[in-house]
Design a protein around this ligand. Structure first.
Ligand code: ADP
Length: 304
């Protein structure tokens, strides 16, 4: 391989059609890998001209051979580009070349909540309150647009330079088209799947995001998801039987236990609503900071 070819693999070219019909190019330099998903790799990229930095989600076209996968990517793009909120990773734009589709996103430099939890083992109640308040606002916004995200989990909750929480990955998001519609596609991440998703006869809707909110809360405070088992099949069994408990050795306040217990209800209509969540004692018993200090990425905050 010639040196210039080697270099080319790290340069991404975006073809732009100008108003007068001429074609121009915009170049980006590919930087470090930020993460990996189901069928995408995410890299840091820099616009060579403006020096603006983005996260680029790169999907190989060869991985889109099945019609369903392509359709899913199109839905992800359609829904993600339609949402604008400070709690959601901003969708800049997307383009393609002969090999890949590139989705340019606002970069979140401080990793995702799963990585933070791995470093910290578990988070303090104050941190959980702070992230849950932000997650509440994000879900409230999405549901007001009749969008159900369906994949709310720690690795899809990113932290930006200002330590603000941003939800990403709209790959499983769906729009509720009419009042009372129940979706029947089996989807989600095993540990976070709501029981009604496992039973396609029942159908599911907005309440699956509330369920994931409960799983996120438990996971942050305990250090592992409530229904975790040796394999997905056993996780599903535990979800369907609502079999979880709080480890005795972990100090968790009665308010936190009550919030989680009132959300992890098998029957979606018994689950807390967003209005009940924001009024719950766990989110009202003390002053909650809007964001946390950067030091908490590695060590607990000093005031708890
Ligand atoms: P997939 O849809 O294939 O699951 P994701 O969108 O979940 O891919 O991205 C995979 C990982 O890449 C995330 O867990 C995260 O660590 C990283 N990542 C995604 N988007 C960004 C971003 N905007 N800024 C920084 N890192 C990101």
């Amino acid at each position: 391989m010639k040196n210039s070819d080697k270099l080319d693999t790290f340069i991404i070219e975006e073809k732009i059609v100008k108003v007068n019909g001429d074609i121009a190019s915009r170049f980006y330099t590919r930087g470090k890998e930020l993460g990996k998903g189901g069928f995408a790799k995410v890299y840091e990229v820099t616009n060579n001209e403006t020096k603006e930095i983005y996260a680029a989600k790169v999907v190989q076209k060869s991985s889109l051979t099945k019609g369903r996968t392509r359709q899913k990517l199109m839905t992800e793009i359609k829904i993600h580009r339609s949402v604008h909120n400070k709690g959601i990773v901003n969708f800049e734009h997307f383009f393609e070349d002969s090999e890949n589709i590139y989705i340019l996103l606002e970069i979140c430099n401080n990793g995702n909540l799963n990585e933070k939890l791995k470093r910290r083992r578990r988070l303090t109640e104050l941190e959980a309150q702070c992230y849950l308040m932000q997650l509440y606002s994000i879900i409230r916004y999405l549901h007001s647009l009749k969008i159900v995200h369906r994949d709310i989990k720690l690795s899809n909750l990113l932290i930006n330079e200002s330590m603000e929480l941003k939800l990403g990955d709209f790959g499983l998001a769906t729009k509720i088209e009419f009042e009372g519609e129940r979706k029947r596609t089996m989807c989600g991440t095993p540990n976070y799947i709501a029981p009604e998703i496992l039973d396609s006869r029942v159908g599911h809707s907005y309440e699956v995001d509330i369920w994931s909110f409960g799983i996120v809360a438990y996971t942050m405070l305990v250090g592992k998801p409530p229904f975790q088992a040796e394999d997905a099949r056993n996780t599903y069994k535990r979800i369907q039987g609502n079999k979880y408990s709080f480890p005795e050795a972990t100090p968790i306040s009665p308010e936190a236990r009550d919030l989680i217990g009132s959300i992890l209800q098998t029957n979606p209509s018994s689950r807390l609503t967003l209005d009940q969540i924001i009024d719950h004692p766990f989110l009202n018993k003390n002053t909650i900071p809007r964001t946390l200090p950067i030091s908490t990425l590695c060590v607990p905050p000093s005031n708890t």
